[in-house]
Write a protein that binds this ligand. Sequence first.
Ligand code: COA
Length: 254
Amino acid sequence: MVETDNPLVLVARDGPVAVLRLNRPSKLNAISSALEGALQTAISRPEVSSSRCVVVTGGAKAFSAGADVSEMRAVDAESVFAYYAASGAAYEAVASLSQPSVSAIAGYCLGGGLELALATDFRVAEETATFGLPELDIGIVPSSGGTMRLARFVGAAKARELVLLRRRIPAGEAHACGLVTELVPEGESFARAMEMAAALAELPPLAVTLARRAIDAAAESSRATALFIEQLAYATLVQGGESQSRIGRFLRKD
Ligand code: COA
């Protein structure tokens, strides 16, 4: 693991896979604006931008216990929107990565920590991990894509359980409802996430990007537009050398 200029997020590279590790263990990786800034800086580093897949992870006790509550002082609406345009944009920066991403989750995955995990394509979680959105306990709401992405992934009924009933659900339940992609024994989330990332990294990058964008667009478009986007993606890819050589290999049974 290479320590970067900002030790709040460590960056490492393993072959085609970049690893971003939240590194604020004394505060259970509570996401301060400094940590969000470090995350954005990390994403723009060459080790990450040139990678084929990104793994986001935390520590053994916490992927992240959420947004840093100590920073939540009363501020005016203007400052809040300035925040979302600056360090608060880190979650969208993760969701907008051109390469696929996988979260490796151990321990607490709460509030903003869960929102960060939801911004990645896949979530590999240890059986002992815990998920929740406790924001309403302190009188606020998840606001970094939490309600929006969670409801898309698990449906509005389950999202209500986490947001309104503030249920902290074990990883097994999170897996059963589709929030967690894969459940693994304690201590194995990082290794499994790296395996998944290595497999994703072998796929043709443009096809992966277009597939991810088409899936995202489908949630926001009419049926006709969503179908047109996937047809456009197919038309773009099928003309390309990468796809033609893969099709040729399949037909020759190489
Ligand atoms: N923001 C700021 N600091 C946090 C934090 C957060 N979201 N979550 C944990 N921390 C800090 C604690 O204040 C403590 O700091 P200290 O040692 O300087 O006092 C340190 O991290 C360890 O946390 P602690 O509460 O002592 O650990 P625990 O094992 O007893 O409890 C949790 C773990 C996750 C249950 C508990 O820390 C918690 O409920 N955190 C807040 C979760 C939350 O509400 N997140 C959403 C915010 S919108």
